[in-house]
Design a protein around this ligand. Structure first.
Ligand SMILES: Cc1cc2nc3c(=O)[nH]c(=O)nc-3n(C[C@H](O)[C@H](O)[C@H](O)COP(=O)(O)OP(=O)(O)OC[C@H]3O[C@@H](n4cnc5c(N)ncnc54)[C@H](O)[C@@H]3O)c2cc1C
Length: 405
């Protein structure tokens, strides 16, 4: 096999598959290469307004919505025990003219739906195997399949996740800071309805968040859990018998959703802040977690990754050579600020929770109070969380847009 695509995407996770579909729909010949990971890792993603617009314009929103739960209210509960503890705050999608902030879906369901769509997309080849030996030359980028065949394209897109081998082969360094936290994840059935409310308890080790999921397999009320805690505590909790862990989660959630039961295994994800120093190299563009990764505070990771995809589609649209230096410069310029601001914002919020100092608590409390008490600021922040201002690709803006008054 050789020189068969304009664009070779390495990694068939949510970002890689989404990019493959959108780029093929924009008229490119695309190969997406990678094994599909459909294991139950108890991980879900909340997709917000701009991402919903992305999937609407690729024709996938209805199938994604059918397997998701809408998120109508975001509730923040200060559970830090700080002197400046605030009362519970509710943020409603209606306040910014939306029916919901977004949809929450299991990662593996999203990947399965995207892979099905990829197989149906004209101009897209899904190669379900890992690639290796990445190299980048003036005219083309190449890689090798496990069976020894060579694949090449005018542009290689690294969508191979946080530990990207493509990024390393392209000589792009990363800045990486580990946090003293691991995210413990689980899917839970519970006796009371979630009423489409996502609840984030801010604790001293990080957020403990319960996010609505749709009914499934006879379980009427389900939510996903992301519990950021110390490495040792996550390991201890993850090793407990399921009934015992469910009881602890129930207690930590102040029994808000009633009696709880674990569905399937739980997952553990050590937290890091990682940002690639550049988003492009010779015949190379990074997207998704290959470009940036941070703790799931505010559920920003894949939403940011889909904005990479939207901008990449715009940068290469109509280009004779999608891997040419001017196209890559355009992509880099479009993405740098958004990625820098999101990464810094999540880092700041996470560190403010971890710091048990009164001045930090006071500032965090004051910030939250200002944001929750002052209408225009509150609405501006909510809009920014679901549909960022600034340069948004056309495919990520919906006709039925939030009222920006
Ligand atoms: C606990 C937790 C909760 C989260 N919640 C949210 C949320 O609510 N909202 C949100 O937007 N984000 C959330 N995120 C972040 C989100 O999950 C990630 O940003 C997203 O899954 C990244 O997708 P990706 O496709 O870039 O990378 P990945 O999902 O890591 O996919 C990379 C793919 O590349 C493949 N691959 C690797 N090497 C090769 C190779 N050599 N050849 C071929 N394929 C290869 C891998 O097998 C994998 O399939 C959360 C993350 C965590 C850990």
């Amino acid at each position: 096999m050789s020189e068969d695509s304009d664009i070779l995407i390495v990694g068939a996770g949510a970002a890689g598959l989404s990019a493959g579909i959108a780029l093929a729909q924009a008229g490119r010949r695309v190969t997406v290469a990678g094994e599909l990971d459909l294991r139950q890792t108890a991980r879900t993603v909340a997709l917000f307004e701009a991402s919903l617009a992305f999937y609407e314009s690729t024709g996938l929103l209805d199938s994604i919505a059918a397997e998701s739960a809408p998120l109508e209210v975001m509730r923040i509960v200060d559970d830090t025990g700080s002197l400046f503890r605030l009362p519970q705050r509710d943020f409603r999608a209606r306040e910014i003219g939306l029916d919901q902030f977004g949809y929450n879906i299991e990662n593996r369901d999203l990947v399965r739906l995207l892979a099905d769509a990829a197989r149906r997309t004209p101009g897209l080849t899904l190669l379900e195997e890992r690639l290796a030996d990445f190299s980048f030359a003036e005219k083309a980028a190449t890689a090798r399949t496990v069976s020894g065949e060579t694949v090449s394209a005018a542009l290689m897109v690294a969508a191979d996740g946080k530990r990207s081998a493509v990024r390393a082969s392209g000589g792009i360094p990363v800045a990486e800071t580990p946090y003293p936290q691991t995210a413990l994840t689980a899917i839970l059935a519970h006796s009371r309805p979630h009423r489409e409310v996502s609840t984030e308890f801010h604790t001293r080790t990080g957020p403990f968040t319960l996010v609505p999921l749709p009914p499934h397999d006879g379980d009427e009320h389900r939510s996903s859990l992301v519990w950021m805690t110390t490495h040792a505590e996550a390991e201890r909790l993850g090793a407990l018998p399921p009934q015992e862990l469910a009881r602890i989660v129930e207690r930590q959630a102040h029994s808000m959703l009633g009696k709880m039961r674990l569905i399937g295994p739980c997952g553990t994800f050590p937290m890091v802040l990682m940002k690639a120093e550049r988003l492009t190299g010779t015949r190379l563009a990074l997207i998704g977690d290959a470009a940036h990764a941070f703790p799931p505070i505010g559920a920003q990771g894949l939403n940011l990754g889909l904005r990479d995809v939207g901008h990449l589609v715009e940068a290469v649209r109509g280009a004779t050579d999608p891997g040419a230096p001017d196209i890559l410069r355009d992509y880099e310029a479009r993405r740098a600020t958004d990625i820098r601001l999101r990464t810094a914002g999540v880092d700041l919020l996470n560190r403010s929770l971890l710091a048990p100092f009164l001045p930090v608590d006071f500032l965090r409390g004051a910030g939250l109070l200002a944001l929750s008490g002052f209408g225009p600021l509150r609405r501006a922040i909510m809009r920014e969380g679901v549909s960022p201002a600034g340069r948004t690709p056309a495919m990520m803006r919906r006709d039925q847009r939030p009222n920006r008054s």
